[in-house]
Design a protein around this ligand. Structure first.
Ligand code: GDP
Ligand code: FE
Ligand code: FE
Ligand code: FE
Length: 195
């Protein structure tokens, strides 16, 4: 996809280069697949494929930063200290958006919010938020029990996909005795009452 709308100060090739620089090949390839999956979901849901592509490509931009780098941003920017109780899984989206602003000079809040919300979701999610959240979960490289059901549900109804992912993630975290970020539960409650 070629960028035509000047949403960001780069061509697609330039942005791909910026993402590739910060990630190992496995994570970079995942970002390229999320980009393509987001374009498909955008087309299915009458959303701007260009904006979906940018947000999809960028969603894991900060995934491979050190805990030290994330903690520094949380403290320097006076983000919620509660974030310090979690780790990379929670930080790379919510805090990762700050790296996109500071390093890439991308300030489009719709794109930044889609990055912030791609792991734990939110009670209210824009169409772009939903597209990136689901593209990340069902991109063709994903292989986990239930992924085919997730794909089927998501292509039938994006919103049902959002609920399905949230429910599956919550189950998985609890079954594996992992800490649950409160935002994940807030997302679950909001979407179960909407479905
Ligand atoms: P990825 O970055 O492409 O691997 O995918 P995500 O950003 O969607 O998720 C990253 C990890 O965060 C996954 O392993 C999720 O299971 C995990 N995760 C999602 N919600 C929570 C939560 O509430 N608490 C914790 N500890 N992990 C979570
Ligand atoms: Fe992620
Ligand atoms: Fe995700
Ligand atoms: Fe991802």
């Amino acid at each position: 996809i070629e960028y035509k709308k000047n949403l960001i100060p780069y061509t697609r090739e330039q942005l791909v280069g910026k993402v590739q620089e910060k990630l190992d090949d496995k994570r970079f390839q995942h970002c390229l697949r999320v980009e393509q999956q987001a374009i498909q979901l955008a087309k299915e849901n009458n959303y701007d494929p260009e904006k979906a592509a940018i947000a999809g490509l960028l969603h894991d931009y900060a995934k491979q930063r050190s805990d030290h780098d994330f903690i520094k941003v949380i403290n320097d920017k006076q983000m919620s200290p509660d974030l310090l109780d979690y780790g990379n899984a929670i930080w790379h989206g919510i805090v990762g958006a700050e790296f996109i602003k500071d390093e890439l000079h991308i300030f489009d809040e719709e794109i930044l919010n889609a990055v912030r919300r791609h792991t734990v979701g939110a009670p209210y999610m824009t169409l772009l938020d939903q597209i990136v959240y689901m593209a990340d979960y069902i991109e063709p490289g994903r292989d986990f029990p239930g992924v085919d059901e997730a794909r089927k549900i998501t292509h039938e109804s994006l919103k049902k996909g959002v609920f399905f992912q949230t429910q599956q993630t919550l189950k998985h975290l609890i079954e594996n005795s992992k800490p649950v970020y409160p935002g994940t539960i807030t997302t679950y409650n909001a979407w179960q009452s909407a479905i």
